[in-house]
Design a protein. Structure first.
Length: 191
C-alpha cells in the first residue's frame, strides 16, 4: 500500500527538489507531478510507486550511515582465554561497559559489566577473577553491520543490544554504541 498522495509535495519540498528535478529522477512527467500535487489527478499505481520509490531512495541516501556514527576505527576487544580481571581492567582503562571477544579478527562473543556481575552474583563461593576465563562468561557475539548500513537499520538493533560491530570486507573495523548513535543524531541535527 502506498502512502497518501498529498505526501509527494511535502517530501519533494523536504529534499528541496523542484517538480522538474523530481520528474527527471523518477521518470514521471513534470506536468503529471503538478496535477497530482494540485489534487487534480489520481495517478496510476505505477506512476505513484515510481514517485514514492524515488523519494524513498533520496531519504535513504541522506540518512546517517554506520561510517558516520563510528567514533574511531579502533575496536578494543579481548581474547576468550583472557581472565575476567583482564576484562575488567580493559573496560576501566577505556571507560567502556562491554567488549567484543575476538579471535583472529572475528568476533566470537561479548563480555559486559552485566555478564561479569551476573557471574559474581550467581556464584556460590567467591569468584577468583584471576582464574575465571572470559569464554566462561561471554554472551553471544555482537551483531555485525557494514559501513553503509543506514541508521534506520542500526537503531532497532541498538534498542536490544549495547553495541554493534562495523565490518569492511569481512574485517571488524569499528564499533557503534548507543552513546555513539545519540551523539551522531545530535551532530546530524546541527547540519
Amino acid at each position: 500500500m502506498l502512502p497518501e498522495l498529498s505526501l509527494i509535495k511535502q517530501m519533494r519540498k523536504q529534499f528541496s527538489l523542484t517538480q522538474m528535478e523530481l520528474s527527471l529522477k523518477s521518470g514521471v512527467s513534470q506536468s503529471l507531478i503538478a496535477k497530482i500535487e494540485a489534487g487534480n489527478l489520481i495517478p496510476t499505481y505505477n506512476n505513484a510507486k515510481r514517485l514514492f520509490d524515488t523519494l524513498e531512495s533520496l531519504h535513504l541516501e541522506t540518512q546517517l550511515k554506520a561510517k558516520d556514527l563510528m567514533q574511531s576505527e579502533k575496536v578494543v576487544g579481548i581474547k576468550s582465554d583472557a581472565t575476567l580481571k583482564e576484562a575488567v581492567r580493559l573496560m576501566k582503562k577505556h571507560a567502556i561497559s562491554q567488549l567484543p571477544v575476538m579471535e583472529e579478527e572475528k568476533c566470537v562473543g561479548e563480555i559486559s559489566e552485566n555478564s561479569i556481575m551476573e557471574k559474581l552474583h550467581s556464584a556460590k563461593d567467591a569468584v577468583d577473577m584471576d582464574k575465571v576465563l572470559v569464554k566462561e562468561v561471554m554472551a553471544d557475539s555482537m551483531p555485525v553491520i557494514q559501513l553503509e548500513t543506514p541508521i534506520s537499520v542500526i537503531t532497532p538493533i541498538l534498542e536490544h543490544r549495547p553495541a554493534v560491530l562495523v565490518a569492511r570486507k569481512g574485517k571488524i573495523i569499528g564499533i557503534i554504541t548507543k552513546q555513539d548513535l545519540l551523539a551522531g543524531l545530535v551532530a546530524g541535527n546541527r547540519k
